[in-house]
Write a protein that binds this ligand. Sequence first.
Ligand code: ATP
Ligand code: MG
Length: 239
Amino acid sequence: RINTKKITTGSQALDGLLGGGIETRTMTEFFGEFGSGKTQLCHQLSVNVQLPLEKGGLGGKAVYIDTEGTFRWERIEAMSKAIGLEPDSAMNNIYYMRAINSDHQMAIVDDLQELIGKDPAIKLVIVDSITSHFRAEFPGRENLAVRQQKLNKHLHQLVRLAEMYDLAVIITNQVMARPDMFYGDPTVAVGGHTLYHVPGIRVQLKKSRGNKRIARIVDAPHLPEGEVVFAITEEGVRD
Ligand code: ATP
Ligand code: MG
């Protein structure tokens, strides 16, 4: 995979699992049950992208599209302080956008090309979560076709941005835990249907003891198999 750059997650174990970190030109999905660490990872990466290259960042800015209202500036402050970034400038380097419904979410992504054109320092786009509005507005099997069509268009638009502007895209997706979850296709496990098929890396997150979390890559032939453990601390994502 030539020409991709990496953003550190804050955990060497998780970086190792990802082949060095979150990749540009790629969409990475974090999926897992509530509290599994998806949103905390999004916060951490919107800070870490700002680090200089030699510290695992891209010296860049982030766009954070929040669909659930769970973004917290206080976490950005704590996480940036903990890695020696000036909190005020770290906060200024994040474009925060609250998407109030699925149409708004899609419109925000429509407009991103213009924003990124104006500010090429943007190296990371986050959508946390990609699915919540779509699930709420197009529930059940009877709305599956329209839900899937809209979601597919949205996802492909994000993939195109990643490729055109050499940036990383991160999406999250809440998936209910099931005992056999690690062995089946989790998108099938949730709705009885595969939600979507788009290029990218899918990372499954699971709660473990205390502040420990387990990460596992799904369906990525070029990356090593296996699970790693990381931690969510007051300072952010760590080993
Ligand atoms: P959901 O599907 O509900 O959105 P999620 O996967 O996004 O869940 P997160 O919000 O990332 O889950 O994780 C929440 C967990 O992160 C908390 O349960 C707590 O363990 C940890 N956490 C959050 N804030 C802090 C903090 N300030 N210090 C330490 N740990 C924290
Ligand atoms: Mg969350």
